[in-house]
Design a protein around this ligand. Structure first.
Ligand code: NAP
Length: 491
């Protein structure tokens, strides 16, 4: 172990370290520059920017929010080619943003953090990486996103499978599925996007569904030359963005029992299923048995039709095990496979806690979050001074664009940083009783909500809803407009 003096000397010193070059990391970098803080480093494990949009290159990957609302408010994109943009288009948008705002030279690509600890004496974070020297930074921004740690299913025999095993977020674009026998495990948002393109290519596709989900039509359309021309005029693009944001916000009402929005969504989902699936038995298998909105709603026009193709089978018999050559269901039948695709999502509960991040007294996030992740307003965690989470606990949304949450979080975190610097202090830490009270209010609101009525990545193993913010986006934005510094201690 290095002595403190050697340790300090060998580290690169900077004002801010940002972990991850996805949407929130980029937004933070751009906004830091706007307030005159150019002294930052981004650590990114991948060789390029994009975060989830770098990782998710499975066939058919696209955003399920209209793209005008999935662009930064300060950086409209006149290049979208369709309303629901594809993953490569979004990654290209992010690349352009990074280039325009001179972010790229600040990114250390291909670098993972191995450990981060808060040094109470200096008020700095000491961050070790698997490449190059460690970093010393006053402020530490964790913008790894909730969907960064992939999850394989806990099915016996998975490790013994001899064919090609793929996870949707670790796709191998060079693996051609033409003529192959393929299985997809999962029928969530991701699976609903990749099933149709795989069905068009594979010889045979078995889709293993454990839970049928709610599917609504995707109101997609290509953007033509006139759309793209108009999008170059800031007042027009701002208006289009605002209109989508308002419409999506109305969709939040759909999560509450008895609302007009909910009745409309239920009717639309049933009509969509009837229109797209003629076979009564298949339709019955696809009808969800949990309340709409409990899991992420799927917006798709090609998922249902692809299940009716002659080369596609929807399997609802539970999976018993995976053999070296295929999947064996509970009825003893084996389906032989060349490729097994796990569209089984992400480990949201343990993603951040799995990073070795230690705050005051060496207490790790994993220890602090033994009962499930929690933060104040999703951004600050008591006992972890000068640490700011982006899209932290209870800031996900089931109805609108995450960018509407990222931008206020970035502003809030920067206001905290500026306060520390202006006050000549070393650190800022949210008071434990403030964090406890804000989370008690949050959990009280979530109790009995639609999100408690099924299993999903929104919840921890103990059932606590750890991912979702229960209210309207405007409520969250209002809460973050200005930090209340009485809620914090300084040192
Ligand atoms: P997910 O919603 O967690 O779905 C995982 C699927 O795998 C579920 O159908 C689940 O079934 C199934 N599964 C998991 N373990 C299984 C097992 N042991 N046996 C059988 N089935 C199993 O993951 P996702 O589809 O990757 O989506 C995650 C989130 O990513 C979405 O909610 C969304 O927020 C985001 N996403 C966004 C976009 C976008 O366009 N913005 C696109 C894709 C994804 P159960 O339901 O029974 O657990």
């Amino acid at each position: 172990m290095n002595s403190p003096a050697t340790d300090s000397a060998s580290r690169q010193a900077t004002r801010v370290v940002i972990l991850g070059a996805g949407m929130s990391g980029l937004c933070m970098a751009i906004q830091l520059r706007k307030v005159g803080i150019e002294d930052y480093i981004i650590l990114e494990k991948q060789p390029g920017v994009g975060g989830t949009w770098w990782d998710n290159v499975y066939p058919g990957a696209h955003v399920d929010i209209p793209a005008p609302a999935y662009s930064f408010s300060f950086e409209p994109n006149p290049h979208w080619t369709r309303r629901f943009a594809s993953a490569p288009e979004i990654q290209a948008y992010m690349q352009r943003c990074a280039e325009k705002h001179a972010v790229l030279p600040k990114v250390r690509f291909g670098t993972r953090i191995t450990r981060a600890r808060f040094d109470a004496e200096s008020g700095d974070w000491l961050i070790d990486t698997d490449r190059g020297p460690g970093v010393r930074a006053r402020f530490f921004v964790c913008s790894t996103g909730p969907l960064s740690q992939i999850r394989f299913p806990d099915i016996p025999g998975l490790a013994e499978f001899r064919g090609t095993l793929l996870h949707s977020a670790r796709w191998d674009p060079d693996h051609d599925l033409a003529g192959q026998r393929v299985a997809v495990i999962g029928t969530g948002s991701t699976a609903s996007q990749l099933v149709a393109p795989i069905a068009r290519r594979a010889a045979r596709l078995h889709v293993f569904q454990r839970t049928a989900n709610w599917v609504l039509p995707r109101l997609d359309r290509p953007y033509n030359a006139l759309d793209r021309l108009l999008a170059r005029f800031p007042p027009y693009s701002a208006l289009v963005r605002q209109a989508w944001v308002a419409l999506l916000e109305f969709g939040r009402r759909g999560f509450d029992e008895g609302t007009l929005a909910r009745r409309a969504m239920l009717r639309t989902a049933e009509a969509h299923l009837r229109r797209q699936v003629a076979d009564q038995a298949l339709r019955a298998k696809l009808r969800p048995a949990y309340p709409l909105g409990c899991k992420r709603i799927i917006y798709s026009n090609d998922f249902y039709p692809s299940l009716s193709r002659p080369n596609v089978e929807l399997v609802t018999e539970p999976i018993a095990r995976i053999s070296p050559s295929g999947i064996v269901t509970a009825d003893g039948r084996e389906r032989p496979l060349d490729v097994l695709v796990c569209a089984t999502g992400f480990d949201v509960q343990h993603a951040l806690g799995s990073l070795a991040i230690a705050g005051i007294g060496g207490r790790t996030l994993r220890e602090a979050w033994a009962e499930g992740p929690e933060a104040h307003l999703g951004v600050t965690v008591s006992g972890f001074p000068n640490l700011f989470l982006m899209l932290g606990p209870n800031t996900a949304t089931g109805h609108t664009s995450t960018l509407l949450y990222i931008e206020p979080e970035v502003r809030y975190a920067i206001a905290c940083m500026q306060r520390v610097v202006a006050g000549g202090q070393r650190w800022i830490d949210v008071r434990p009783e403030v964090q406890r009270a804000s989370n008690a209010r949050l959990q009280q609101r979530l109790a009995g909500s639609v999100w408690t009525q099924c299993r999903s990545w929104y919840r921890a193993d103990n059932g606590k809803v750890i991912a979702l913010f229960p209210g309207f986006t405007r409520e969250y934005q209002a809460m973050l407009r200005q930090p209340d510094f009485a809620e914090y201690t300084f040192g």
